[in-house]
Design a protein around this ligand. Structure first.
Ligand code: WT7
Length: 632
C-alpha cells in the first residue's frame, strides 16, 4: 500500500459541467469573505437558509473561549428545520428516506410520512415523561426507527445518545451510565450477513448495572423471541398503536446552544468521552457543508453508506440531508451480502447520484475485482466521497476509475466526531490530488505545528491544529468541562488540537497522516487503546495489557495486543481465542485483537507510561529507536 502523503504530482481537474452546476462554485471568494468576517458570513447563511423562532443577538461569542457559543439567544429546533418546515412546500410528498433491508425489504418515507412517524413517537416519549434535557440511549441496527428515534428525541428537546449497534455490553453499559439515560430504545435484533445480532440480550446485560433506565422500548426487526422485562420493556409497535401516539405534537422551542446529542468517542486516555453538540450551530454547519461539498440538489439521490451510530451518520445520514430537503438512502446490511456487488446493485436500482463511504470499504470491495461493479449501470453517479482515514492513492484511483467511470470527483473529507462537520475537504470545483483532503472548508483556518508550536515548512510533518471557531464545533465533553479544555485546547493555547499529524504542500494542500495519540482507526472505526486494554485486564487471566495498531491492507490498522498473564496461567492458543472473544463481548467485534502476544514485561518509562512506540517497532520488526527513557 503506497503511503499517503506521497506527493506524486498527480492532479485531477473537475469538468466544466461539474463547476457550472456547483452550489458553491467560488472557493477563493467565499473563503476570503469568511476569513474577513467569519461571524458575518455564517450569520448571513443562518438567516437565509434556516427558520428561527426568535433571532439571535450575538452570532459568535468568544468571550469565554474555548467555550464558544454560536447564535446566542436564537431560538430554533433542528427538527423544525429538518422536517416541519418542508410540509408546507412541494417537498411534503418528496421521498425523504429510501430504506433497504439486508433481506431486500424496502420502505420509503416521504417528508409527510417521516414527519408523522416522528410526531407520533415524540408523543409517546412525552407521554412517558421524557422532557427537555433528558438523555435517551438508542442502540439499534440501520433501520428507519433509529432515525425516527433520534428525530423524536430532538423534537421534544431530549438529548439522544446513540450507541453504535456493533458495540457490546461494557461499551454500552459505560455509555448508559455516563449519560444517566432514563429511557433506552433498542430492537429485538439486527440483521448482519444473514445472522442476527442479539441487540436485546446485550442491552439486558448492560442494564443489569444501570439503574437510571426505567423504560426500554423495543422495535421488532428480526422477530426472534426475546426476553421482555415486565414493568420495564415495551414494544415500539404496541406504543405506536395507543392513543398516546398522537400525530400532532408540538416541536419544542430550543435555545441555539441547547444540547442536541451526546456521542461517545475514544480519546487519549481513560473512558470514551461524551462529545456534546447543539441545535443551532451544528444545524447550520452540517447543512451548509453538505450543500457545498456534495452539491446536493432536489434531483439527487444521496447515499451516505455509514452507520447512523457514528458522527458521519448523525450529520450526513440523519440531519444534513433532511435539513436540505434531500432524498437519502439507508441500507441495513453488509456491503458484500449476499454477493460482492450488493452496494453496486443498490446504487443502480435506487439511481444513486452521490455516494459517500470510507477507504476501508473501497479497499474491501476493490479486492473482489472490477467485474462486480462493471455489471451495474452506475452512470447516475456524479460525485463520490471518502471519510474516516487517509485514502491511499490505489484505492482512490480504483474508486475514481471503476465506480466513478473517470468522471466523478472524489470529495475526501477530513473531520471528526468533535468537529461535527467537514473541516478539510474539496468542493466540487477543487482540483484533486489523490490522498489529500485538499483545503480547509471556507472560513476554517488550520496550521501544522512543531513541538514548540511553530508552523513547520512545506511538506514537513507536524501537529494539525485549527485556529478559528466553527459553528458545529463540540461545545464540551458532557459532565467534564475541564477535560474538554485540557484535551483540546491546552497543548497549543488558543488552538484546537486535532490529535492528527499532517503535512501541507506548496499549494496549501493538506495531507493528513494519522493519529498522534492513543487512538486506533480499525476499518475507519475509532477505538482507544485504553478501552481495549481495560477489557483485556478485566479477564481473570490477564495482569497487564498494552495494545497498538499495526498497518493492514484493507482495514487500515488492526489491533495487536501484548498481555502479561497472571502467575500460573498457561499461555495457550486457546487462551488467545478466549481473550479475543472476551474483548468482543466487552467492547465489540471491531475491537477484537488480530494478534495477542504473551510477554513477561512491557516497555515503560520511569513514570510508568507504556512506550507504545517501542511496542510498535517490535511488532513491525523495526529499530526500537531511543530507549534512554526506558525503565525495563
Ligand atoms: C479521525 C476522526 C469524521 C467522520 C468519521 C471519523 C481520521 C477522518 C479523514 C480523512 C484522513 C481522516 C482522522 C480524524 N479521519 N477523516 N478524510 N483523511 N483522516 O470521525 O471517528 O471522530 O475520527 O478520523 O484521524 O482525527 P472520528
Amino acid at each position: 500500500m503506497a503511503r499517503n502523503g506521497d506527493l506524486t504530482g498527480e492532479v485531477h481537474y473537475p469538468s466544466q459541467d461539474i463547476i457550472r452546476q456547483a452550489n458553491q462554485p467560488d472557493y477563493d471568494r467565499i473563503n476570503q469573505a469568511m476569513i474577513n468576517d467569519l461571524a458575518g458570513e455564517w450569520g448571513r447563511i443562518a438567516k437565509e437558509e434556516f427558520e428561527w423562532f426568535e433571532p439571535w443577538q450575538t452570532t459568535l461569542d468568544s468571550s469565554n473561549a474555548p467555550f464558544y457559543k454560536w447564535f446566542v439567544g436564537g431560538k430554533t429546533n433542528i427538527v423544525y428545520n429538518a422536517l416541519d418546515r418542508h410540509l408546507d412546500t412541494w417537498r411534503r410528498n418528496k421521498v425523504a428516506l429510501l430504506w433497504e433491508g439486508e433481506n431486500y425489504d424496502q420502505r420509503t418515507y416521504t417528508y409527510h410520512q417521516l414527519h408523522r412517524e416522528v410526531c407520533r413517537f415524540s408523543s409517546v416519549l412525552r407521554a412517558m415523561g421524557v422532557r427537555k434535557g433528558d438523555r435517551v440511549t438508542i442502540y439499534m441496527g440501520r433501520i428507519p426507527e433509529l432515525m425516527i428515534s433520534m428525530l423524536a428525541c430532538a423534537k421534544i428537546g431530549a438529548v439522544h445518545s446513540v450507541v453504535y449497534g456493533g458495540f457490546s455490553v461494557e461499551a454500552l453499559h459505560g455509555r448508559i451510565e455516563d449519560s444517566q439515560s432514563k429511557v433506552a430504545i433498542t430492537a429485538d435484533g439486527a440483521w448482519l450477513r444473514g445472522n442476527v445480532v442479539q441487540l436485546k440480550d446485550i442491552m439486558d446485560e448492560a442494564l443489569q448495572r444501570a439503574p437510571t433506565v426505567q423504560t426500554v422500548i423495543v422495535v421488532k426487526r428480526t422477530g426472534q423471541p426475546v426476553h421482555m422485562e415486565p414493568g420495564r420493556d415495551l414494544w415500539y409497535t404496541d406504543l405506536m398503536n395507543l392513543p398516546i401516539a398522537a400525530a400532532d405534537c408540538f416541536t419544542e422551542v430550543m435555545d441555539a446552544e441547547d444540547p442536541l446529542f451526546l456521542l461517545y468517542t475514544s480519546g487519549t486516555t481513560g473512558k470514551p468521552k461524551a462529545i456534546m453538540h447543539t441545535h443551532g450551530g451544528y444545524m447550520v454547519g452540517v447543512a451548509t457543508t453538505l450543500k457545498w461539498v456534495f452539491d446536493l440538489k432536489d434531483e439527487d439521490t444521496w447515499w451516505c453508506a455509514a452507520d447512523p451510530g457514528w458522527i458521519t451518520g448523525h450529520s450526513y445520514i440523519v440531519y444534513g440531508p433532511l435539513l436540505l430537503g434531500a432524498t437519502g438512502l439507508l441500507y441495513e446490511g453488509a456491503p458484500n451480502h449476499p454477493f460482492p456487488d450488493r452496494w453496486w446493485d443498490i446504487a443502480e436500482r435506487h439511481g444513486i447520484t452521490v455516494l459517500y463511504t470510507a477507504p476501508t470499504a473501497i479497499r474491501g470491495l476493490m479486492r473482489f475485482g472490477d467485474a462486480w461493479p462493471n455489471r451495474h449501470d452506475l452512470s447516475r453517479l456524479r460525485l463520490l466521497g471518502s471519510v474516516g482515514e487517509p485514502i491511499n492513492p490505489e484505492a482512490w484511483r480504483w474508486y475514481h476509475r471503476v465506480i466513478g467511470n473517470g468522471n466523478c470527483p472524489i470529495m475526501d473529507t477530513w473531520w471528526q466526531t468533535e468537529t461535527g462537520h467537514f473541516m478539510i475537504t474539496p468542493l466540487p470545483s477543487t482540483p484533486l490530488k489523490p490522498g489529500s483532503a485538499t483545503k480547509p472548508f471556507p472560513g476554517v483556518q488550520v496550521d501544522v505545528l512543531d513541538e514548540d508550536g511553530n508552523p513547520v515548512g512545506p511538506n514537513e510533518e507536524g501537529y494539525l491544529v485549527i485556529k478559528t471557531p466553527w459553528p458545529g464545533m463540540l461545545r464540551t465533553i458532557y459532565g467534564d468541562p475541564d477535560r474538554y479544555v485540557q484535551q483540546y485546547w491546552s497543548r497549543f493555547p488558543g488552538m484546537y488540537m486535532t490529535g492528527d499529524s499532517a503535512r501541507r504542500d506548496e499549494d496549501g494542500y493538506i495531507w493528513v497522516i494519522g493519529r498522534v495519540d492513543d487512538v486506533i482507526k480499525v476499518s475507519g472505526y475509532r477505538l482507544g487503546t485504553a478501552e481495549i486494554e481495560s477489557a483485556l485486564v478485566s479477564h481473570p487471566s490477564v495482569a497487564e495489557a498494552a495494545v497498538i495498531g499495526v498497518p493492514d491492507e484493507v482495514r487500515g490498522s488492526v489491533i495487536y495486543a501484548y498481555c502479561i498473564l497472571r502467575a500460573g496461567v498457561e499461555p495457550t492458543q486457546k487462551l488467545v481465542e478466549i481473550l479475543r472473544d472476551h474483548v468482543g463481548h466487552e467492547v465489540g467485534p471491531i475491537a477484537k485483537p488480530t494478534t495477542i502476544e504473551f510477554v513477561n514485561s512491557l516497555p515503560k518509562t520511569r513514570s510508568g507510561k507504556i512506550m507504545r512506540r517501542v511496542l510498535k517497532a517490535r511488532a513491525l520488526g523495526l529499530p526500537e529507536g531511543d530507549l534512554s527513557t526506558l525503565e525495563e
